[in-house]
Design a protein around this ligand. Structure first.
Ligand code: UDX
Length: 445
């Protein structure tokens, strides 16, 4: 919404949320205090806020005044009832639709921005048409393809914008209105319009394909470790095949983030609900592989440290699910920490952007141990050198660029010997690290 506001000064954009604290943070006089860390975002908010970008908790007024409403609420995986652990929980979407229906006194276009399972639009449509005040609604699907950490660049220069709508004349008119907004900065041939179901399914498909690539290269990383091949070399060799391409081939401790796991589970659930068991099993294996990669990494650490980490200090560099974001949802770091805490390791963590409260709440959320045990077992410090001091091993969980510029000799000197580094993101140079004296272990080599 910030980008739309920046690129379309003639359009008034109001972002509404029930959460007063959250909205207050977005309105903070110091624009560096906005709640999401994303390179370039503060500057854009600074430019548009107060001009045509507003943050408010007055949801009813904003709904009534709007010609177009983007539903961007959370669609977490269901934690109860039918489809528990797989299906998307559409509670918030439905509440939104009901509120829009109740308040609207003029015709509106409702845009699904949240990632939704196929055919959600029909549910929204039913609610809007049956509880409304005779007001006409058009539903569009406009999935978001931005990746965190590169959100601003992705939005300013998208590979494509996808807009799905009804094939009726009114549906096509609604599509045109949304196309007109994006046309302010996106080339026409990058704006793809489809029927609404294709658009909804394309988002899940894109994430499933990307996650599958990471799981595929991670599956190869284990084989590389057994055979003496180097997964980085393998990735380079196959990535140069123009049919395959070089992106999303970086072996890692596993993928994280709010989308991949949730969307694939959702896809699996949809496939199952149509009785397509082979399709469901095929995609579920992407998740199985990812879970295996995380636990395998933790097991390697324990095994290499002479089969015990009990009472040993282990330093984590990075907690976010990837660099340039303070988002920790489904971050592999959480699972690796969980496994090592089970083995009674003493963990210290440094991440340039993630807060202490967040890290503790991430491990507490797993409910594996008491909050007190987690507090005693895991300490967060704001300096990488302090975190590594006296540790037996350093574990790299996020590919933050700053990690390569540390004084690794200094870090080595202050560690227990032998000094181990487990590079879960393959960011450091093996030769350099070994020359200093580290026992260095990366993924897949
Ligand atoms: C993803 C999709 O890319 C985006 O289009 C969608 O809208 C939301 O989900 P995001 O979750 O922000 O975006 O991050 P992404 O860059 O896709 O990375 C996902 C995970 O895979 C991260 O944990 C990342 O570190 C990992 N990854 C990615 C790898 O391990 N290796 C790779 O080669 C690429």
């Amino acid at each position: 919404m910030a980008i739309i506001a920046q690129k379309c000064p003639h359009i008034k954009v109001t972002v509404v949320d029930l959460n007063q604290k959250r909205i207050a943070e977005w309105n903070d006089a110091d624009v560096n205090n906005i709640p999401i860390y994303e390179p370039g975002l503060s500057a854009i908010v600074a430019e548009a806020r107060g001009r045509n970008l507003f943050f408010s908790t007055d949801i009813e007024r904003a709904i009534d005044a709007a010609d177009m409403i983007f539903i961007s609420v959370n669609t977490p995986t269901k934690t109860y009832g039918v489809g528990k652990g797989m299906a998307a929980d559409l509670k918030y979407i439905e509440l939104c639709a009901r509120q829009i229906a109740k308040i609207s006194t003029s015709d509106k276009i409702v845009v699904e921005k949240s990632t939704l399972p196929v055919r959600t639009a029909s549910a929204i449509k039913n609610i809007l048409e049956n509880t409304g005040n005779g007001v006409k609604f058009q539903i569009l699907s406009n999935p978001e393809f931005l990746a965190e950490g590169t959100a601003v660049a992705d939005l300013l220069n998208p590979d494509r914008v996808l807009i799905g709508g009804d094939t009726s004349m009114e549906g096509q008119e609604a599509i045109k209105k949304l196309v007109a907004i994006y046309s302010n900065w996106v080339l026409k041939d990058r704006i793809l319009t489809t029927n609404i179901w294709s658009s909804e399914l394309s988002k899940l498909t894109a994430n499933a394909f990307l996650a599958q690539r990471v799981s595929s290269i991670n599956a190869m990383s284990e084989l590389c470790e057994k055979t003496g091949a180097d997964v980085n070399e393998v990735a380079k060799a196959i990535g140069m095949d123009s049919r395959i391409g070089s992106k999303f081939l970086k072996a890692s401790v596993g993928f994280g983030g709010s989308c991949f796991k949730k969307d694939i589970l959702n896809l699996v659930y949809i496939a199952k609900s149509y009785g397509l068991n082979e399709v469901a099993d095929y995609w579920e294996q992407v998740i199985v592989m990812n879970d295996h990669q995380k636990s395998r990494f933790a097991k390697t650490i324990v095994k290499t440290l002479y089969n015990t980490v009990s009472g040993k200090k282990i330093a984590f560099l990075g907690w976010a699910f990837k660099k340039d974001t303070n988002d920790t949802r489904e971050s592999p770091a959480i699972y690796v920490a969980d496994d090592l805490l089970d083995e009674q390791a003493i963990i210290t963590v440094y991440d340039p952007k993630v807060t202490q409260t967040q890290i503790h709440s991430d491990v507490n959320y797993l409910n594996s141990r008491s909050e007190l045990e987690n507090k005693n077992g895991l300490t967060i410090l704001d300096n990488p050198y302090d975190v590594c001091q006296d540790s037996h091993a350093i574990v790299i969980l996020t590919e933050w660029s700053e990690f390569t510029s540390y004084d690794w000799q200094k870090i080595y000197d202050q560690m227990q010997k032998p000094a181990f580094v487990f590079d879960g993101r393959n960011v450091l140079d093996k030769k350099v690290m070994e020359k200093i004296g580290f026992v260095y272990q990366a993924i897949g080599s």
